[in-house]
Design a binder for this molecule. Structure first.
Ligand SMILES: Cc1cc2nc3c(=O)[nH]c(=O)nc-3n(C[C@H](O)[C@H](O)[C@H](O)COP(=O)(O)OP(=O)(O)OC[C@H]3O[C@@H](n4cnc5c(N)ncnc54)[C@H](O)[C@@H]3O)c2cc1C
Length: 511
């Protein structure tokens, strides 16, 4: 994880064979991307009787028990990295063969945004921390008209149920493998900071089965940081997408990357799509046409595709596309202390966090997470922090490259980071500890948000202003911060809310 924070990648097309077939086809609805937003759109539309084609650039990753589908974070291989690019680790090239791997780090000016690839999107490699913002902070950071009381009653609980959120049982936390989690909680309590268990999309009985020797370790040794091989993690491919598939109305096309979006003369949307093999080599080109296009490629990729469309065939797309982008003030620390024994094998992914949510201006969260098993006691574990962030970056389109590049202000997130997140992490770490902030090496976020935000670019349900049949249902819709929480719950709850509206009002009209 810490290594991956230093990854850099720039766009580079995969090698193409000399003869590639091109086909054309029409579809009622196309969803681009299969993370939280795309999976929820696919499920709710198919349940409403609408056939959906779901395009995903990455591959499907089957999970266990006892699988070895996902790479080992302690010694990663080509499965860790997305093939398009020149990945670097702290300035040096990473010598992996090209592969449709899990992590795609998009380098901008002053900020690298880490994004995911694969059927299930970020839910494959996220730790799974699933927090719902407090009402007061939600209303400060997001449009109040989203109606927190209704979302609190209907949409957040619906997501929690779909993802089977549970906190780690005490019987597990008492085990030696969970020593790092207990040290974190003890130190936070001693520092008079709030401490609570974090809801996770995990069936914790899998961790117990590992301890009983019935399954290979995945949760209990911290080796699930690049995907959980043991099953029991309710990623959206195993929940929302599986249910959508069961309707019989979902077609899933993995290894299908959308290169361009255009508006056709009849008002429909055209997609230029490349189908690859697992090494990223092009095997087919496709022109897909639809009246109803749902962009769910994640904040960075949805924004880049829409900016390219605006520069070419859809010049009246809103000017604000590319603005209002934020990092969620995301930090990763390595917490080291030679006096403390966090364990060689650290149970995870996450048990406890400190939610400092008294005021919308200072709200921030610090959580402990396990590190992968390196085989020696490095007297270190991980802390993750994030909070309400005020600064916003933007994407700038460059006609010479045909791509939009992220521009992040040099002092972005300074106030929340140095006045709030860092002091809290220091208090928990206590005397004798060293905190290594991975952003000191490369400014990185794992929580990119915004770029086609509600209000400026879309309505609250993701309809792009003035563009019939075009929707944004993913992190791009969230205006730059998830209100001191990790983003997935809020992206998912807003997607559920949007799909309620779209199913009620657009199906049979524009869909
Ligand atoms: C390592 C890591 C840990 C994280 N931990 C947490 C956590 O604990 N809790 C939390 O709440 N959040 C966490 N996050 C963030 C969370 O994963 C994201 O906020 C969330 O996945 C975003 O959802 P989304 O629907 O916007 O897009 P994504 O989940 O990113 O899905 C977008 C999908 O679109 C696909 N795609 C992109 N471009 C194209 C294209 N051109 N053609 C076809 N398909 C395309 C991608 O491959 C991807 O599958 C973490 C992220 C990372 C990287």
């Amino acid at each position: 994880m810490a290594g991956a924070a230093g990854l850099a990648a720039v766009g580079k097309a995969g090698a193409s064979p000399s003869r590639v077939r091109t086909s054309t086809s029409d579809h009622r609805v196309i969803v681009v991307g299969s993370g939280f937003g795309g999976a929820i759109a696919a499920l709710r539309l198919t349940q409403a009787g609408v056939p959906v084609l779901l395009l995903e650039r990455g591959r499907a990753w089957r999970t266990g028990p006892n699988a070895d589908t996902f790479p080992d974070p302690a010694s990663p291989d080509k499965r860790a990295l997305w093939h398009r690019g020149d990945p670097q680790l702290f300035g040096r090239p990473v010598a992996f063969d090209p592969y449709v791997g899990l992590i795609d780090a998009v380098v901008g000016d002053g900020m690298t945004a880490v994004t995911a690839a694969g059927l299930g999107g970020g839910s494959l490699i996220y730790q799974g921390m699933s927090l719902q913002p407090k009402e007061e902070i939600f209303n400060e950071c997001l449009p109040e008209s989203l109606d927190w009381p209704t979302m609190n009653r209907v949409h957040y609980p619906r997501v929690a149920k779909m993802l089977g959120l549970q906190t780690a049982p005490d019987s597990l936390v008492r085990r030696p493998e969970y020593r790092a989690a207990r040290i974190f909680a003890d130190r936070a309590r001693k520092a008079a900071l709030p401490i609570s268990k974090i809801p996770m999309p995990i069936d914790w009985s899998y961790a117990q089965a590992e301890i009983d020797g019935r399954m290979k370790p995945s949760y209990t040794d911290g080796s699930g940081a690049l995907g959980v091989n043991n099953g029991g993690k309710h990623s959206v491919d195993t929940t929302y997408i599986r249910k959508a598939f069961a309707t019989g109305l979902l077609t899933v096309a993995t290894l299908h990357e959308v290169l361009d979006v255009e508006r056709l003369s009849d008002g429909k949307w055209g997609l230029d799509v490349v189908q690859t093999d697992v090494n990223g080599t092009t095997v087919a080109r496709k022109k897909l046409v639809t009246p109803s296009l749902i962009m769910a490629a994640g904040s960075v990729h949805t924004t880049r595709l829409l900016m390219r469309a605006r520069a070419n065939s859809a010049r009246d797309l809103p000017d604000e596309i590319g603005s209002g982008w934020g990092t969620n003030a995301d930090r990763i620390y390595v917490w080291s202390n030679p006096e403390l024994d966090f364990g060689v094998k650290q149970g995870g992914p996450v048990v406890f966090g400190s939610l400092n949510w008294d005021s919308p201006r200072t709200a921030h969260t610090v959580i402990q997470a396990s590190i992968p098993p390196f085989g020696v006691n490095v007297h270190s574990t991980m802390m993750v922090g994030y909070g309400v962030s005020e600064s916003r970056g933007r994407f700038r389109y460059d006609a010479s490259t045909g791509d939009a590049r992220l521009i992040w202000p040099a002092s972005g997130d300074t106030r929340i980071q140095w006045r709030h997140i860092h002091p809290t992490a220091l208090k928990i770490a206590g005397p004798g500890s060293v905190l290594t902030d991975s952003n000191r090496f490369v400014d990185t976020t794992w929580h990119p948000l915004g770029g086609a935000a509600m209000g400026a670019v879309c309505d609250l349900s993701g309809r792009v202003h003035g563009q019939q049949g075009l929707y944004v249902i993913d992190g791009a819709l969230i205006p730059g911060t998830a209100a001191a929480c990790n983003p997935s719950m809020t992206i998912a709850a807003i997607a559920e809310r949007a799909l309620d509206d779209i199913v009620a009002n657009d199906v049979g009209v524009t869909i």
